[in-house]
Design a protein around this ligand. Structure first.
Ligand code: HEC
Length: 123
């Protein structure tokens, strides 16, 4: 006797996943979901949009030659000064780097994440 089972599972779990993610296709301009802390949000953005070129963590080198390691940026300037550049989407320097204007929550997140890479002052 043969049992043939049509397996919907793949399709169903895709639908379930879409339902779980749940946001009705929010326009990208609204930025990343507000459910995470600023640092987590910054990490998420960095991971998705910046890590193909920059070393975004505490170890490792930048994959793209000439892209500064983020953990070194604070040695050159106060990373909080990047807020305006992130918000306006002007990033000086390199044509390789896409320019992209971030909404306020994303700017806050990126700055918070960059700050989190700085060595903590000894207490
Ligand atoms: C295609 C590669 C690429 C991607 C993707 C990329 N960058 Fe860059 N980025 C560069 C390069 C190259 C430089 C160095 C530019 C220079 O100094 O001429 C740079 C420089 C920077 C700097 C230093 C600017 C300064 O004034 O020294 C910051 C901050 C930065 N990137 C942030 C980001 C952020 C945030 C993202 C993601 C949203 C990102 N980058 C994505 C290539 C990239």
């Amino acid at each position: 006797m043969t049992h043939r089972k049509i397996i919907f599972t793949g399709l169903l779990s895709a639908i379930a996943a879409a339902a779980l993610i749940g946001q009705p296709a929010a326009p990208r301009a609204q930025g990343y979901a507000p459910v995470v802390s600023p640092v987590e949000r910054g990490r998420l953005i960095a991971d998705q949009e910046c890590s193909s070129c920059h070393a975004i963590g505490l170890t490792g080198d930048s994959p793209f030659e000439g892209a500064p390691r983020w953990r070194d940026l604070h040695r050159r300037f106060d990373v909080a000064d990047l807020a305006e550049a992130f918000a306006e989407g002007i990033m000086v320097g390199h044509e390789a780097m896409p320019s992209r204007a971030f909404p306020p929550d994303d700017v806050e997140g990126l700055i918070a994440y960059l700050k989190s890479l700085e060595p903590k002052p000894a207490q």
